[in-house]
Design a protein around this ligand. Structure first.
Ligand code: 173
Length: 503
């Protein structure tokens, strides 16, 4: 069938089986029969939409151009005649009705006072699956909570009687200006939380003069995210490395051509961690019979969630030996994201890289990894001792991420030698509950917090936030009593055991 042809919805509807499976995505018809068994998410989910419009299911998981790029051209059958399309019956469940009602009852943004508030509202108003995916972390989620708690073991030693009429918390990350010592870290599947997905972050980053790290697995296409940046807006790219290196090479070189300024290679995810909240939510949400059937028929066990399914391309064979190859395909500065001990930080420095992100992937990978801010202190000590480096350092920059909810947290990491700090989930919660305005407000709050904290610390600029301003003597002790953090703790949703079937 020639492209450019208009296909009737009736004809599409006839191709509704494994033998002949057509689907509609964004008004176009595709023959996916031969692709069924190659779909990383399994065939079952496509077959559910055989002969129908799959756009709503497709959108949050795939960049808009995925099907166009991956399906051979001869399988693109043309545009569908919109008046003839068989609508997929979406039954609005009572649960969904209740959720929409909660959405309508969100408090005005003026009542959102801190980043914890966004999380509390997001938990109420997000679709359950999306909340489970964003909030979940590995195994017992000990590291996930430790990331935040670690900041409770660092206390301030502020200075007084310094003229703090004017305070300035702008700095440079890898040589690029930022109004705050933080960047928006990469997080996958933005459209699970809001139809504009990652573009909410692009726009807010532009407005507030901060840098966005674009994820490899964004819901929006890479080019869409770059196209939506303002002229001159700096963006970085997070990279998952494909088993097929040619694909990675093309992606990296395309990104460099499009003006991306730095490449953050994720090195802590040769396999995705077990995120049990996410897994359990899926068992609860789906018909148990279907889940069991799924497991028998599908090559891919979808009960482990969308993330596992779409991460099958990531190469667990990635190795230090690959670093020179990256250096040969791009001039962008290379940063390793997910370093967890000084030995690897030192090796990254010796390999000529531009920096490391001391990170445990928001607690989503190895449980009982230490927090980035704890690792920071051993990295500055050892790289100081062994290579004579002082931090923050322009040539080799240290970043941390995980658990940050306040400017206060960020400033502690800066005091200990970080150039800047990555913030991921709080911005997801901000746009999942309030769209762009949410992220905008979150950044207003952080700016307010930075200004107040800098004044109270007696620091007029970030250079004055030095190690002597903190007491981090308890940081490495994992059993220290501190006052509980009520806002954080009340947002934390306890994990649950398997349950009896309802009778
Ligand atoms: O943390 C994640 O969920 C993540 O990094 C990821 C990896 C692969 C697919 C989707 C998300």
């Amino acid at each position: 069938m020639a492209q450019g042809k208009v296909v009737s919805g009736k004809e599409v509807a006839q191709h509704n089986s494994r033998e002949s499976c057509w689907i509609i995505v964004h008004g176009k018809v595709y023959d996916v029969t031969d692709f069924l068994d190659d779909h990383p998410g399994g065939s079952k989910i496509i077959l559910k939409y055989a002969g129908k419009d799959a756009t709503a299911e497709y959108d949050p998981i795939h960049p808009p151009d995925a099907i166009e790029t991956h399906l051979p051209k001869e399988k693109h059958l043309g545009a569908v005649d919109p008046d003839t399309v068989l609508k997929v019956e979406v039954k609005v469940t009572d649960q969904e009705k209740a959720r929409l009602e909660r959405m309508a009852n969100r408090p005005p943004l003026s009542e959102i006072l801190n980043l914890h508030d966004f999380e509390a509202i997001a938990r109420e108003v997000m679709p359950e699956k999306a909340w489970a995916y964003y909030s979940s972390a590995a195994e017992d989620e000990i590291t996930n909570r430790e990331n935040h708690s670690a900041y409770h073991r660092i206390w301030w030693r502020p200075r007084i009687l310094r003229d703090v009429t004017n305070v300035d918390f702008a700095t440079k990350i890898l040589g690029y200006d930022t109004k705050l010592p933080l960047y928006i870290s990469a997080t996958a599947l933005g459209k699970l939380g809001h139809p504009d997905g990652e573009l909410n972050l692009t726009r807010a980053a532009a407005k507030h003069g901060i840098i966005q790290m674009i994820p490899t697995l964004a819901s929006c296409s890479f080019d869409e995210i770059v196209d939506n940046a303002k002229p001159g807006q700096v963006q970085f790219l997070q990279l998952y490395v494909n088993k097929e290196r040619e694909i990675t090479k093309k992606f990296v070189q395309h990104a460099e051509k499009r003006g991306i300024k730095a490449l953050f290679i994720t090195v802590d995810a040769p396999q995705l961690g077990r995120r049990e909240k996410d897994m359990r939510q899926k068992f609860d949400a789906e018909d148990p019979a279907e889940v069991t059937e799924n497991k028998q028929q599908d090559k891919v066990d979808r009960s482990q969630g969308a993330a596992r399914a779409i991460s099958s391309f990531i190469d667990p064979g990635l190795d230090w030996k690959d670093i020179p190859w990256f250096q040969s395909i791009t001039k962008m500065p290379l940063i390793l994201k997910g370093v967890q001990c000084w030995e690897d930080a030192l090796q990254a420095y010796d390999a000529g890289l531009a920096g490391v992100v001391l990170s445990n992937h928001g607690g989503r990978q190895l449980d009982f990894s230490r927090s980035g801010v704890e690792v920071l202190t051993e990295v500055t000590r050892e790289l100081g001792k062994q290579r004579g480096l002082k931090f923050p350092n322009e040539k080799f920059q240290l970043f941390v991420d995980g658990g940050v909810r306040r400017a206060n947290d960020v400033l502690k990491a800066v005091a200990l030698g970080a150039t800047a700090v990555g913030v991921g989930r709080p911005f997801l919660y901000a746009f999942s509950s309030y769209g762009f305005e949410g992220v905008d407000h979150a950044l207003d709050i952080l700016e307010d917090e930075f200004e107040m904290n800098m004044r109270l610390l007696g620091a007029r600029n970030l250079k004055e936030i030095i190690p002597a301003m903190v007491d981090a003597s308890s940081l490495h002790s994992h059993v220290v009593a501190v006052p509980g953090d009520r806002l954080y703790d009340s947002n934390y949703e306890g994990m649950q055991h398997a349950r009896l079937r309802e009778v």
